[in-house]
Design a protein around this ligand. Sequence first.
Ligand SMILES: [Zn+2]
Length: 68
Amino acid sequence: MTGPFLSLAQIHNRLVLTARQVLRQHRPGTDGRCPVCRTAGCPVADAARDIIRTVSQVRLWRVTGQDR
Ligand SMILES: [Zn+2]
């Protein structure tokens, strides 16, 4: 269902959902290492956290008037 006609709110939601899913998959195990990348300080999880932090700070998404 992806296409060129997504609203900003839809793009925002997909970014957050994807980032959260990535964070779950790359959550460090009991040894502190990512089970996917097998490294401590997983760069994929860092990128996902960056995305979530960034989209939560961007107010642009809320002033379009289309998302609510
Ligand atoms: Zn990882």
